[in-house]
Design a protein around this ligand. Structure first.
Ligand SMILES: [Zn+2]
Length: 122
């Protein structure tokens, strides 16, 4: 089991729990522990000059297991699309019930990824 990935996924689940049930805000990569872990790992692998922002998706447990990039076609993608088009979420700056529902789907999605990370090396 990759403990760093487990810790990062647990952190991301916490982020989404605070968005679904509290006052948490999504700041994309800036407050995603999985992005941070993956970017650090990508950075360690390549020389500084070659490092491109976003390269980390290849080292992210979500990107690897869901076989995606920038969380494309995950509930996070739905969340971003919703927030961009929702008057309430975008203009008032508080997530509406629909956004919170998508956040709950993201939590369930991340928990499945976490289970698979734990199983990978069990
Ligand atoms: Zn909304």
């Amino acid at each position: 089991m990759d403990n760093e990935e487990v810790i990062a996924l647990e952190g991301s689940i916490g982020k989404w729990e605070s968005i679904a049930y509290g006052n948490g805000r999504d700041a994309g990569r800036d407050n995603c522990p999985c992005c941070k872990l993956a970017d650090r790992r990508a950075y360690e692998d390549v020389c500084e000059d070659d490092f491109a922002y976003g390269d980390g998706c290849r080292k992210c447990p979500i990107g690897r297991i869901a076989n995606t990039y920038d969380c494309f076609k995950t509930p996070y993608d739905d969340f971003c699309t919703h927030v961009r088009h929702c008057e309430y979420c975008e203009k008032i700056g508080i997530y509406c019930s629909e956004a919170r529902g998508i956040a709950e789907a993201e939590i369930a999605f991340l928990k499945r990824i976490l289970e698979l990370v734990v199983k990978e090396s069990a």
